[in-house]
Write a protein that binds this ligand. Structure first.
Ligand code: CUA
Length: 287
């Protein structure tokens, strides 16, 4: 459409320039225009017939494009369910993989996002990839993302949703299709058995404490849904969208989550130092 418009513009501008020149040349001359036989047909042709052909052509072309868009929308290569919560993001993939605050996508293909919320209105926004789209209670809203280059794209919640709205950040991580497939496959797996006695001890503390009431670890009895799925926690780069995923940061976060995200639903852990170290041993091997 841009090229067609440009061609029309050039023709019209050319005619305008020609008529201005002719007007300047003929200025003052006593002209008899009674022999301008082509005047009327020219107006009808260039003012009605040619525009009609061009506009009808563009209309038919855009009908075809609209159909292609609708078909792509009804049969997406990939859909990720994004559920917003106070104050984090859950991403669910068709093969059972679940992650939080880090949404992996393959490069070069349009990915459909199915946006919902568990509580209030949030708004999903990745400035470098797409416009904002609201997550609205009781509804599904759909949007598309496409990243042509691998990389990390910052995401935000763009609708004020409470105390930690500002910290409701996430990353979209675009990977080449091959790398993405490997990641997706690994994320769908359940957690394996803890490899050493410390981690095993940590698992049993985790499963019998309040942790398991809110968090799911697939492959264990922990199946809470209030907080993020931790099955592959150690494979993530960030914690709660605000901290780097290191043992030190994880320890401080579990001990006092409220100091990092005041208002968060997670209470401080009531664990002894030794118990907490065992839980960390367990969580750190969940790759
Ligand atoms: Cu969620 Cu602002």
């Amino acid at each position: 459409m841009l090229w067609i418009s440009a061609a029309v513009f050039l023709v019209v501008a050319g005619l305008l320039v020609a008529s201005i020149r002719r007007g300047a040349r003929d200025q003052g001359a006593d002209l008899d225009r009674s022999d301008a036989r082509w005047g009327e047909p020219f107006i009808v042709l260039s003012g009605v017939v040619v525009p009609a052909i061009i506009l009808i052509g563009v209309y038919l072309f855009s009908l075809g494009e609209m159909n292609a868009l609708r078909e792509a929308g009804s049969n997406p290569a990939m859909t990720i369910e994004i559920s917003a919560r106070d104050w984090w993001w859950e991403a669910r993939y068709a093969n059972g993989a679940v992650t939080a605050n880090e949404i992996h996508i393959p490069t070069g293909v349009p990915v459909q996002l199915d946006l919902t919320t568990r509580d209030v209105i949030h708004s999903f926004w990745v400035p470098r990839l797409q416009v904002k789209t609201d997550n609205i209670p009781g509804r599904h809203t759909f949007m598309w993302l496409q990243a042509d280059r691998p990389g990390r794209y910052r995401g935000f919640c763009a609708e004020f949703c409470g105390l930690q709205h500002t910290n409701m950040n996430f990353w979209v991580i675009a990977q080449t299709p091959v790398e993405f497939e490997v990641w997706l496959e690994s994320q769908s797996a359940a957690a394996g058995d803890p490899p050493d006695p410390d981690a095993l001890e940590g698992q049993s503390i985790f499963l019998t404490s309040s942790c398991a009431g809110c968090h799911t670890i697939r492959g264990t009895t922990a199946d809470g849904i209030a907080g993020p799925d931790l099955t592959h926690l150690a494979g993530r780069e960030t914690l709660a969208g605000v901290l780097p995923n290191t043992r030190k940061a994880l320890e401080r976060f579990i001990r006092d989550p409220q100091s990092f995200k005041p208002g968060l639903a997670m209470p401080p852990a009531e664990l002894t130092h030794t118990e907490l170290q065992a839980v960390l041993d367990f969580l750190e091997q969940l790759e």
